[in-house]
Write a protein that binds this ligand. Structure first.
Ligand code: SAM
Length: 468
């Protein structure tokens, strides 16, 4: 099998990163946009010692698991990798990915993972979208085929998978509320009319960097956070007026200045154009204030379900001291507060901690303490001596999982109950493997917060072994 060769294959199963796996005489071939059960014609793009990567040329016989993608950018945009997969099949593939991670990375055997808790709303579920500006527009196959000429020095939309420097100029998207794309299209028109430049990763110059639109799923509030390379008072005033006049639904406008090289939508300073610079949303009867830089689950409705599983798995008792590690704006803390004696939350981002306190106060919750700092430095014996020894832990770290030092600290404390929420089953399995001698896995529940993507939230309930 050589690079460039065309072959016919029947697809066997889903693999990592939205690709599928087929075999030819036992040799593994990864194919993007293929679905298990498809009979396909592919071209070998890359051949390695143990596997090859191929491009899909034709679906000769479609799988029963296939469905028609709704979005014109499907296949080019990095947002939805599974829009061509029937939703029930997506849920099953996510369940399987959790099981695989626990077996292969975690070393657990005979683990029973229940069906993924699916979403009712499989489109327009995202309450936050982070769009990028780029001076290197990526043209879709359709755009190239149209024969039209395009301004390739301006793009506002989503990155092409694996290309941090290339962006598709997105005019529609079915993941956020429709106002989100209206704002994108409006901001593009304004920027083009004014001749403002986009950030270039090669020259590290250009004015416009990111456009973050957040919507309060249950409050109807809309926050626009425009990230620019530095701050320009005149442009700021122009954008502010434009957004006010064109989109009365926007409740707050923030301009974040980021002059660093990192391609992130946070920066050194935030300038509030109008509104109070935060957005509110509601989960489980609590109202949350969220700063532009603070984390909030991107699917409000499913987050509520996720937190319900977390609450059930933690078996809260009225005399419990609960630690909520990686607590963000205090969402899980507040959700748990009425069911325990006291909650101690730890979070890295100072604005999120400020939000957590504001949220506790606005919701009249008095039994929460929040501490700001990096878990691996802050969470030690001295911290526990000051705040008390926890009866139960809830941890919800970012994709990278927990620092080994944090896992060790948990092992030293040996709380009876331990609930691990994760958006990355691989790092979750890696971390709990380190605790396998102390804890046994009692329950698992994958929850789908991200339909049409390969991402999954997974909750694991662990209990201290009776013999330790
Ligand atoms: C997946 S979010 C969970 C937030 C919260 N539990 C929720 O459901 O909204 C992970 C949080 O961990 C925080 N974080 C990341 N690295 C951290 C670290 N080293 N120490 C403390 N917090 C950290 C992030 O800022 C973020 O708020």
């Amino acid at each position: 099998m050589k690079k460039g060769k065309e072959i016919e294959l029947t697809v066997e199963k889903f693999a990592d990163r939205g690709k599928s796996l087929a075999r030819i005489d036992g040799f593994v071939v990864f194919i993007p946009q293929a679905v298990p059960g498809d009979k396909v014609r592919v071209r070998i793009r890359r051949k390695k010692k143990n596997f090859a990567e191929a491009a899909l040329l034709e679906v000769i016989e479609p799988s029963e698991l296939r469905t028609s993608p709704r979005c014109e950018y499907f296949g080019t945009c990095g947002g939805c990798k599974w829009q061509h997969v029937d939703y029930e099949a997506q849920l099953e593939a996510k369940r399987q990915s959790v099981k695989d991670a626990l077996e292969h990375t975690g070393g657990f055997s005979g683990i029973d993972v229940p069906a993924t808790y699916g979403a009712e709303d499989i489109f327009r579920y995202r309450n936050k979208m982070e769009y990028s500006f780029s001076a290197s527009r990526w043209l879709t196959t359709e755009e190239i085929a149209s024969g039209k000429s395009f301004n390739t020095a301006f793009a506002l939309g989503m990155h092409v998978p694996g290309r941090f420097d290339r962006v598709i100029d997105l005019h529609s998207c079915f993941l956020p509320a429709s106002v989100s794309m209206d704002i994108v299209n409006g901001m593009r028109a304004l920027a083009l009319e004014e001749g403002w430049s986009c950030w270039s990763t090669s020259t590290r110059s250009g004015f416009l960097r990111h456009l973050v639109v957040r919507t309060g799923a249950r409050t109807g509030e809309v926050m626009v956070n425009l990230v620019t390379n530095g701050f320009d008072e005149e442009r700021f005033e122009k954008i502010k007026q434009y957004l006010k006049d064109s989109f009365p639904a926007i409740t707050t406008f923030v301009n974040t200045s980021n002059t660093g090289v990192a391609q992130v939508a946070i920066g050194e300073k935030e300038y509030i154009g109008f509104g109070d610079g935060v957005i509110h949303d509601e989960i489980g009867g609590f109202r949350f204030e969220i700063a532009p830089s603070a984390f909030f689950q991107t699917n409000t409705k499913q987050a509520e379900k996720l937190y319900e599983f977390v609450r059930e798995f933690s078996e809260p008792r009225s005399d419990d001291l609960l630690y909520d590690l990686y607590c963000g704006a205090g969402t899980i803390s507040l959700f748990m507060a009425p069911h325990v004696k006291h909650v101690v939350g730890i979070e890295l981002v100072p604005e999120a901690v400020k939000n957590a306190y504001a949220n506790a106060s606005a919701n009249n919750v008095q039994n929460c303490t929040f501490a700001q700092g990096d878990m691996k430095n802050l969470f030690d014996a001295e911290f526990v001596a000051r705040h008390g020894r926890p009866d139960v832990f809830i941890v919800d770290p970012p994709r990278a999982g927990m620092h080994e030092k944090v896992v060790k600290e948990i092992a030293d404390l040996k709380p009876e109950r331990f609930v691990y929420v994760s958006c990355n089953p691989q790092t979750q399995a890696r971390d709990i493997k380190l605790l396998a001698d102390l804890y046994h896995v009692e329950q698992i529940q994958p929850v789908d917060l991200f339909p049409h993507t390969t991402h999954i939230e997974n909750v694991i309930k662990m209990r201290l072994r009776s013999d330790v």
